[in-house]
Design a protein around this ligand. Sequence first.
Ligand SMILES: Nc1nc2c(ncn2[C@@H]2O[C@H](COP(=O)(O)OP(=O)(O)OP(=O)(O)O)[C@@H](O)[C@H]2O)c(=O)[nH]1
Ligand SMILES: [Mg+2]
Length: 201
Amino acid sequence: MTTFDIVDARFVAAAHKPAELPPPIGIEIAFAGRSNVGKSSLLNRLTGRKSLARTSSTPGCTRGIMFFEARARDGLELRLVDLPGYGYAQRSKQERQLWADLIENYLLERPTLTSVVVLVDVRRGLEAEEHDLLKLLEDRGSRSRQVSPVIVATKLDRVPSSQRRAALAAIGRSGPRVIGFSTELPETTEAVWHGLRKAIA
Ligand SMILES: Nc1nc2c(ncn2[C@@H]2O[C@H](COP(=O)(O)OP(=O)(O)OP(=O)(O)O)[C@@H](O)[C@H]2O)c(=O)[nH]1
Ligand SMILES: [Mg+2]
């Protein structure tokens, strides 16, 4: 049996404001990162569902915090939480502020949040926004339950295979270990699942 053995996955709720957040139940893993980095695509691969989470080549696809529930064959039940991407300039300043507040509040206060997957494009690596995000997660530890960050470098297929190892090592140099992922490389899904299982253990 592989860890990537999801027998059931379904949509639970969409929250566009704090009042719409579903009651905190179970274990939550959130997916955070720049708009268009591939959060929703990764979530679909992890659940083995083609279009559970909406994806698009146009940045700003995921609007609001989307909650999904997944159950593995070995009984593990998880909530996978798809966050709207940051760094998307096409929105009004007011809209961006409201979203930042919603996401920041979720990341800092959610009692069921156990791990946050920080996604970065393998070609860009960690930039100021990702360092801010990792710092915010560290700060959370002093207020409520600690969350373990997992860094996933996406779109690995866009780097020639001979350069992948070096690209991942370069991103990992300044912090936690980095897991490479691509929707085009099926074996990488299993690697992400391994990282997630470890992070919530
Ligand atoms: N080549 C390649 N393209 C990918 C990969 N992952 C995602 N994409 C593409 O990148 C685009 C954005 O993917 P999404 O999963 O919608 O990105 P997101 O991070 O959820 O974006 P927002 O919801 O806007 O924050 C889509 O066109 C995907 O098909 C990958 O591993 N390799
Ligand atoms: Mg998305």
